[in-house]
Design a protein around this ligand. Structure first.
Ligand code: BJ8
Length: 433
């Protein structure tokens, strides 16, 4: 890796703390990812991306900024990348999967706040996130109560926070609220960038993001094969990189790996033997470098074949209808409005546990377990995450109704419970055999 010290210094990072973080990240990656056997060659690209996640990618973003492009950071899959791209800006994910500066964080947030929210604060307070420090706008959203209230405090730490309101019910009124909020966001992004979104730029952005999702859909489809051609850890990594990489390059890299996986399937070459128990993970999102549970599962002689998660199928399924606004489109505002409807329709289907009621999510988990030929489902709840932990009980009931064994796990980012978790996961996998 090149020397990025000056770049990090200019961004105001705490170099000592940042070095420590990179060190931990590098070692974890080596032990968890590089230790895997039989990986597809195409994963070399993702290994490279991860080795440069605070280096080359940040340099690219800063080069974009130098050319006048704005960077927007987000913590949720409800923030539409289509609108950001159409205004000639770049969207990056800011959620973090590691504890940092915990003592400092607990001066702002109660101890019993979920690790994902605490991590976002820790990365800000510890000055270790070059993405956050590069962002010209940071978007928060009114999803769970934890995030909603946390953004009030985060606003005192960063001066460019924009908060998006979100509905809690899948009603017509809820959809109208979402569309209204997407229009408000569009205006804010246009103001930030000085670029007026046109029907043409919005259509192009819709196509770009759809292509990225289509590539991930292709990858998911291939994981249904028996034996599955790629480990769950590697597939999770692709889903995590989805939030950081340049969209066109990401699409190309995922498609390339899919070509290789197709060949593997033809040759009946799996990442694991065909009889390995297949697990579907469901629940809270897993941001980089939160690989704890997948690592425990896949070092217990099981393989993960799908993620019902925002870093996974909940976040990427469904495309925006891109048939609107063909070459003959004349009225810009009318076309934009139709596209905004199409965008709203797509995002309104995201079945986050903050919605009530949320039967769609239960149905989707059962459907995924069946489609991916999962032998069992592990529901992953982050400690203190009310929406997902509460919903894990109906999830378990829905799966039990279909005779699909389920294990409910509640954990955090620490490694203290790793031994105990491993024992429970192993017992569950044993039961699946
Ligand atoms: S659409 S899942 S990305 S909100 S884990 S912070 S829910 S207490 S992350 Fe999410 Fe958007 Fe929903 Fe997806 Fe709260 Fe739970 Fe913490 Fe969570």
């Amino acid at each position: 890796m090149s020397d990025y010290t000056q770049m990090w210094k200019d961004l105001g990072l705490n170099l000592e703390a940042h070095d420590m973080l990179l060190n931990v990240l590098g070692n974890a990656y080596k032990d968890i990812y590089l230790a895997q056997k039989n990986r597809p060659e195409g994963m070399g690209y993702f290994d490279f991306v991860m080795s440069e996640v605070h280096g080359l990618r940040i340099k690219e973003l800063l080069d974009e900024k130098a050319q006048g492009r704005k960077i927007i950071g987000s913590y949720c899959v409800f923030v539409p990348e289509e609108i950001v791209l159409a205004a000639n800006a770049t969207l990056v994910g800011l959620c973090s999967g590691a504890d940092f500066a915990v003592e400092e964080v607990e001066k702002y947030l109660p101890r019993n706040t979920c690790a994902l929210i605490k991590s976002a604060f820790g990365f800000k307070l510890g000055k270790v996130c070059p993405y956050l420090e590069s962002a010209d706008m940071v978007v928060g959203e009114n999803t769970c109560d934890g995030k909603k209230k946390a953004y009030e405090s985060l606003g005192s730490l960063i001066d460019n926070l924009y908060v998006m309101d979100l509905p809690q019910m899948k009603s017509e009124q809820g959809k109208a609220l979402l569309k209204g909020e997407y229009y408000r966001f569009k205006q804010a992004v246009e103001k930030l960038t000085g670029v007026a979104i046109t029907a043409q730029s919005l259509k192009k952005a819709i196509q770009t993001v759809n292509a990225k999702r289509t590539a991930i859909h292709r990858l998911s489809e291939l994981r249904k094969a028996v034996p599955t051609p790629i480990s769950g850890l590697d597939a999770l990594l692709a889903n995590q990189v989805f939030f950081y990489d340049n969209p066109a390059r990401f699409t190309e890299s995922v498609n390339k790996i899919c070509d290789e996986l197709e060949k593997r399937i033809q040759d009946k070459q799996g990442a694991v033997p065909a009889k390995t128990p297949r697990i579907l993970l469901s629940g809270c999102p897993m941001a980089v470098p939160n690989w704890k549970l997948p690592w425990i599962v896949e070092t217990s002689e099981a393989v993960i074949v799908g993620e019902e998660s925002c870093v996974g199928e909940r976040g990427t399924r469904n495309l925006v209808d891109e048939s609107i606004g063909g070459v003959n489109a004349t009225d810009n505002d009318e076309m934009i409005d139709k596209m905004m409807d199409a965008i709203t329709d797509r995002y309104f289907k995201v079945d986050c546990a903050i919605f009530t009621p949320n039967q769609e999510r239960l149905n989707h988990i059962v459907e995924m377990a069946e489609n991916y030929k999962a032998d069992g489902v592990i529901h992953y709840g982050l400690q203190f995450c009310q929406p997902y932990i509460m919903e894990s009980i109906p999830v378990e009931k829905a799966l039990e109704g279909k005779n699909i064994p389920t294990l409910r796990v509640e954990t955090d980012y620490g490694m203290e419970d790793a031994g105990q978790l491993k024992t429970r996961v192993q017992a569950f996998i044993e039961q699946l055999r």
